[in-house]
Design a protein around this ligand. Structure first.
Ligand SMILES: [Zn+2]
Length: 320
């Protein structure tokens, strides 16, 4: 099925659930892919609890929108970890307290009385949701894009020629573990100097710990904007590392759009402005980079639209 086709109107309602390490975002989509109900709840941990939590969230959005369960044609669930979309299982979902490989799709389906449930990696779901959002916001169909999650870590979901790029080991988009600094900071992956140690929310937390309880990225960017020289330096280091992630994605895959998401993206315009300025600074010395127009490809994930959950809802239709 082509999710951009006019046949969208006939597919019926689906629910998308984005299960994060701390929060679970859920949306009910109508046949045209519009969000008609939303839910946000703390994530429960352990495979049985995750499955029950997803099923409860599905029932809540149906109830909130007065949509009977028999109008639901499918559920899509995005989870962090190595997902087998055909088998409906996930492995290495340590953030969810799920050990080994777990048949999450079947467990959720059982909890919902047999509804068809499809499982996808959370970043893959997010890039599908981001493509849908760009199309809906007037950019037209986008077949080549990446969704970059600046959260606890750094990773990307990649869509090429309108299809997810997973790779035989589900390792596509793991740009957080590219070496960025020789002999740099140690990483949990066993290497040193990995990009995610410099371009992530955790990197900011470490370099500029929150002083007032507000998110560290907000405090950092405010202090830098106020002229604090230490904050300016930390911000420049961070933005330079994120720019490196953008460069890698464009120069390996030539993705036409890069959507910046994850918790740090809630900084909004100050983050985008700083990234654009850094990429323009780099391009000023390189006609090659200038021609590639990296700044023009950047977009922020929309505030208030949970693109991961929307993408999961589109996965729930099947055919992706
Ligand atoms: Zn690493």
């Amino acid at each position: 099925m082509d999710r951009h086709s006019t046949a969208d109107e006939q597919v019926g309602h689906t629910v998308g659930v984005d299960v994060g390490g701390t929060k679970t975002a859920t949306v009910l989509l109508d046949g045209a892919g519009r969000v008609v109900a939303q839910d946000r709840t703390p994530t429960r941990h352990g495979v049985e609890a995750v499955a029950r939590g997803v099923a409860d969230a599905v029932r809540r959005v149906l109830h909130d929108a007065h949509v009977p369960a028999d109008r639901l044609v499918g559920v899509g669930v995005g989870v962090p970890g190595v997902v087998d979309p055909d088998g409906g299982s996930v492995a290495n979902a340590v953030n969810l307290g799920v050990e080994g490989r777990a048949p999450l799709a079947a467990l959720v389906s059982d909890a919902l009385g047999g509804t068809r449930v499809r499982l996808e990696n959370d970043l893959n779901a997010a890039v599908i949701g981001a493509a849908h959002h760009l199309a809906a916001s007037g950019e037209g169909r986008v077949d080549d894009l990446a969704f970059v999650a600046l959260g606890t870590g750094l990773a990307a979901g990649i869509m090429l020629d309108g299809r997810l790029r997973r790779g035989p080991h589900q390792a596509a988009g793991e740009i957080g573990h590219l070496r960025y600094v020789p002999d740099g900071l140690p990483c949990k992956c066993g290497q040193t100097g990995c990009l995610e140690r410099y371009a992530s929310g955790s990197a900011i937390d470490a370099a500029w710990p929150s002083r007032t309880g507000r998110p560290a990225p907000v405090e950092l960017f405010e202090a830098a904007a106020a002229g604090d020289p230490d904050a300016v330096r930390v911000r420049e280091d961070f933005v330079g590392a994120v720019a490196a992630a953008v460069r890698v994605l464009v120069l390996t895959c030539d993705v036409g759009r890069i959507v910046i998401g994850g918790g740090v993206s809630q900084l909004g315009a100050p983050l985008l402005d700083a990234l654009v300025a850094e990429l323009e600074r780099q391009a000023a010395g390189s006609p090659f980079l200038a021609e590639a127009d990296l700044p023009g490809r950047l977009r922020l994930a929309p505030a208030g639209v949970p693109v991961g959950a929307v993408g999961a809802g589109l996965v729930g239709r099947g055919g992706i």
